[in-house]
Design a protein around this ligand. Structure first.
Ligand code: DX5
Ligand code: ZN
Length: 222
C-alpha cells in the first residue's frame, strides 16, 4: 500500500523572467502553485550560476508560499545558515556534495527548516538509505542538474518507484519530489510512480497561460 499523495506543484523560477521575478511569482501563485522551487547553482558542482541568499530574501517578501531551495553547490554547509536567514522553507542538498550528510541534515533541521536530500541520475538510491529516517524530503533528479528545459531521463521513473517503496516500507514521513523535464504529457506517470511534489520550470514558465498549465498538471496527477 502506498501512502496518500499530496500532489504539490512547485514551479522552478529558473525558467522565469528574472527581470520581473516578483510578477512571475505572483502569476504562478495566482495560478495555483503550492510552493516555489529555487535553484541555487554555484558554477562548480554544476556548470551554471544562478542565485544566492539575497534573492531568496527578496522572494520571501513577495510570496506566502513555501520556498523550496535546491542547493546545487559544493560545500553547501558553508551557506546553509545564510539560506535559512533568507527565509527558506525547505533546503535540499545533494548527497554527492556532502561527505557528512547526517551532520548537514541535522544543521538544517535544528533551525526549524525542512531538510531534503537529492541525488543525481547516476547516483544509486542506496546512497540515501541510511539518511531516509532523518529527512523531510527526498528529491529524485530526472535530469543532470544545471539547466532548465532538458528532457526527462526515463530511468528516473523506476528510481521513483523504488524510492516510494523504500519510504513506505520504513513508514518514513518523507515527501518524494521529482525535478527535471516534468510536463503535462509525462506528469501522470510520475504520480503513478509515487511522487508527491512535482518541480516544473520550462513547462510552466514557457507556457502562455500558467493557470491552464498548472490545472492540466493537477488534473493529470489526480
Ligand atoms: C535543474 C533544476 C531544475 C530545473 C527544472 O538543474 O534543478 O529545477 O529548473 O527545469 P525544467 O522543468 O525545465 O526541466
Ligand atoms: Zn531544482
Amino acid at each position: 500500500m502506498t501512502s496518500p499523495k499530496s500532489g504539490k506543484i512547485a514551479p522552478s523560477i529558473l525558467s522565469a523572467d528574472f527581470a520581473h521575478l516578483a510578477d512571475e511569482i505572483a502569476r504562478v501563485t495566482e495560478a495555483g502553485a503550492d510552493m516555489i522551487h529555487v535553484d541555487v547553482m554555484d558554477g562548480h558542482f554544476v556548470p551554471n550560476f544562478t542565485i544566492g541568499p539575497p534573492i531568496v530574501k527578496a522572494i520571501r517578501k513577495v510570496t506566502r508560499l513555501p520556498l523550496d531551495v535546491h542547493l546545487m553547490m559544493t560545500n553547501p554547509e558553508d551557506f546553509i545558515s545564510e539560506f535559512i536567514k533568507a527565509g527558506s522553507s525547505y533546503i535540499t542538498v545533494h548527497v554527492e556534495t556532502c561527505p557528512h550528510l547526517h551532520r548537514t541534515i541535522q544543521s538544517i533541521k535544528e533551525e526549524g527548516v525542512k531538510a531534503g536530500v537529492t541525488l543525481n541520475p547516476a547516483t544509486p538510491l542506496s546512497s540515501v538509505e541510511e539518511i531516509l529516517g532523518e529527512v523531510d524530503l527526498l528529491l529524485i533528479m530526472s535530469v543532470n542538474p544545471g539547466f532548465g528545459g532538458q528532457s526527462f531521463i526515463p530511468s528516473a521513473l523506476e528510481k521513483l518507484r523504488r524510492a516510494r517503496k523504500m519510504i513506505d516500507a520504513r513508514g518514513a514521513k518523507v515527501e518524494l519530489e521529482i525535478d527535471g523535464g516534468v510536463k503535462i504529457e509525462n506528469i501522470a506517470a510520475m504520480a503513478q510512480a509515487g511522487a508527491d511534489i512535482f518541480v516544473s520550470g520550462s513547462a510552466i514558465f514557457q507556457s502562455k497561460d500558467y493557470k491552464d498549465t498548472i490545472q492540466r498538471m493537477r488534473s493529470a496527477i489526480g
